[in-house]
Design a binder for this molecule. Structure first.
Ligand code: A3P
Length: 317
């Protein structure tokens, strides 16, 4: 009904259809509690918010989309399962990271939440909800949260490409200048980006042992350091023997952009029949592609918005 997934709970679908609408992104967005959500997924997010029951040993990978979620999921999964599977027969070689670490928002919107309940502990789960909207039990149980953010200019470019890939047949491409304006106004999927990032940043300052705040760019610069930090954070640090044997390098290599992009499952596989092929999650994979899509004046404008929004927070992006 109204473009929401037909398997989502009806009452949330009805509520969704009453919310403010943004139609410029090739998918419909609805504004709920200060953030813009894809209409198709929002009833599921609402159901999750109400019904999800966390376990104390759950680990959550959280992000504003297009910030490096796929990579962070792969790394966290590879770290936690490293003694269970040999690297040359690892599930990440035949499954997309989104299959290994499910997006809870999506599972709830497609009526597949029982699969999340059936997962053995320790679970690694993913959500794009802002911190303020996370299910209560995640906070009350003090679960480990890992958040990744990225230069907003690259998030915008990545999002623009992704939504143009997702648009239905016959639909005009989204002009970049229009995407730019909507993004700067905060009218973008899971936007405003700055509020999303700030909520997790502030929580990571309050509870650094429970909220690990990462930047995509630092992951690119020092993947080995980040992998070791991640392992420590989720309670399974690398032993000196593992470090000597090169296990940290193995994790980095398995999850590297070139490796993931080259796998058959990530070339022609699909998460759902009606969805884009998985290669859409592995586009360019670096920092600074915004230079190919924005003139210096646009970049300055977006940087100014970022500076203003983050002023006084101690965070720079
Ligand atoms: P680009 O579109 O700039 O290439 P998300 O996973 O949150 O949707 O973010 C997608 C971005 O992460 C895309 O950026 C994608 O190419 C990049 N990405 C995906 N897998 C990666 C990996 N293993 N290493 C580095 N970047 C990766």
């Amino acid at each position: 009904k109204n473009g929401a997934d037909p398997r989502a709970p009806t009452s949330y679908t009805d509520l969704t259809s009453t919310l403010p609408l943004e139609e410029g992104w090739a998918i419909r967005l609805r504004k709920y509690q200060g953030f813009w959500f894809p209409q198709q997924i929002l009833p599921g997010s609402m159901a999750m918010q109400q019904n999800f029951k966390a376990r104390p040993d759950d680990v959550f990978v959280l992000s504003h989309p297009k910030s490096g979620t796929t990579w962070l999921k792969a790394l966290t999964y590879a770290i936690v399962t490293r003694t269970k599977y040999p690297f040359d027969r690892h599930p990440l070689l035949s499954q997309n990271p989104h299959e290994c670490v499910p997006l809870m928002d999506r599972s709830y919107s497609t009526g597949q939440d029982s699969e999340i309940e059936a997962m053995p502990s320790p679970r690694i789960l993913n959500s794009h909800l802002p911190y303020s909207l996370l299910p209560h039990s995640i906070k009350s149980l003090d679960c480990q949260l890992i958040y990744v953010c990225r230069d907003p200019k690259d998030v915008l470019v990545s999002r623009w490409f992704f939504n143009n890939r997702m648009r239905s047949e016959g639909m005009e491409p989204i002009p970049f200048t229009k995407a730019f304006e909507m993004f700067c106004e905060g009218n973008s999927p899971y936007g405003p980006l700055w509020e999303h990032v700030l909520e997790y940043w502030e929580e990571s300052q309050r509870r650094p042992d429970k909220v690990l705040f990462l930047k995509y760019e630092e992951m690119l610069e020092e993947p080995m350091r980040i992998v070791k930090r991640l392992a420590q954070f989720v309670g399974c640090p690398f032993t000196p023997e593992e470090e000597k044997e090169g296990v940290v390098e193995e994790v980095v290599k398995l999850c590297s952009f070139d490796k993931m992009k080259s796998l058959e499952v990530n070339i022609s596989g699909k998460l759902r029949p009606e969805f884009v092929t998985n290669d859409a999650f592995f586009r360019k994979g670096g920092a600074g592609d915004w230079r190919n899509h924005m003139d210096p004046e646009m970049a300055r404008k977006l940087d100014r918005v970022t500076e203003q929004k983050l002023e006084g927070s101690g965070l720079t992006l």
